[in-house]
Design a protein around this ligand. Sequence first.
Ligand SMILES: NC(=O)c1ccc[n+]([C@@H]2O[C@H](COP(=O)([O-])OP(=O)(O)OC[C@H]3O[C@@H](n4cnc5c(N)ncnc54)[C@H](O)[C@@H]3O)[C@@H](O)[C@H]2O)c1
Length: 362
Amino acid sequence: MIWCGLDIATEFSEALSSRFDTISDTKIASKPDVFFLCSQSTHSLCLSFIDDCVGGIPESHILTIPNGDEAKNLSVCETIFNWLRDNNAQRSSLLINIGGGALCDVGGFCASTYLRGIEFWNIPTTLLAMVDASVGGKTGINLGHYKNYIGTFSTATHIFITPHWLKTLPQNEVLSGWAEVIKHGILLGGKAWTQVQQPIPNTNDHQTWLSILEWNIKIKSRIVNADFEEKGERKLLNLGHTIGHALESLCLDQEKPIPHGFAIAWGLVMESALAIQLSTQREATEALHQQLKTIVEGLYTSIHFGENHIPKLMSYIRADKKNDHDKLLFSMAFAPGECDFNIAISPEAVIQVLNQYVGQTN
Ligand SMILES: NC(=O)c1ccc[n+]([C@@H]2O[C@H](COP(=O)([O-])OP(=O)(O)OC[C@H]3O[C@@H](n4cnc5c(N)ncnc54)[C@H](O)[C@@H]3O)[C@@H](O)[C@H]2O)c1
């Protein structure tokens, strides 16, 4: 169940009560089977609100893990598994993930593998997690600098989405999530594409955000429901991600990590340049590329890479999960609302586009 609205306190408390309707006491302390996972930021910014909703969470049932991708590794998973084990979490237990995409990814992964799988809920607190990471049932951790290389397809049974959390989100993180909103705008075309070309709304403007969140959740859910395990159509959601993930991994290599969405924003621009070469509607694809360039140059700081980094970028692109053996397969947008997947591209064409961005990205 995906809920999107403003009164999360009521919705969350009711969902929790109905899961435990055999227990008369409404206080969480009497529900030893609920575990709360937070990041350092969400522990200080969001947990007290949830704590009030449920009438007090026992300390031992809260685990705080590092912020962001620093938590997406096997060693943090081991900490989570041990915490669950030490507190007698059983198959019937519930893990509630409160945080951004990284927290939802690692929490979902641990829930889906601990005792071969326990139930988990997501309370996404970043824009990116609300419109993308918390929805769709992909969980995962990184393997070194290879992003999301270990994971499961496993869906949160409840997802509570509210723009309420956006007010404490640093501008960089709003921008990071906005890249996925832009991607969804390209996939949908029409009004959604028009909206993503407008300025990003103020985080206090809850009504506008609610409507943006709703169409984003709708397009993501529609695609995921049609192809849960990404055998076909779901690959469309990887628009911008082949080059985007390579840029993100390169920045990690250089120990200069960048927000996920910044890499995706530039990935969308570069992949739209690739699409021009293959398009049967060249004018429309060129127009899309120019519009995307205008949006991304206006909002996102550049990503630095030189000609000497292209072999490393290509090795990340070759390792992309969408590829079929040696064949590079991309998802591509040819015009807003007109996208396709499993498009074979030659390495030479990719190198040519990467070369166009060398030097422009300082
Ligand atoms: N599973 C999927 O389908 C999917 C899809 C897209 C991205 N992802 C993954 O999501 C991750 C990126 O997610 P993200 O952009 O949410 O970043 P993030 O999870 O790294 O969070 C960014 C930072 O914001 C902090 N934060 C969270 N909520 C906050 C709030 N309300 N106010 C202030 N600070 C807050 C976090 O603690 C962290 O420091 C990447 O690991 C990416 O691979 C997964």
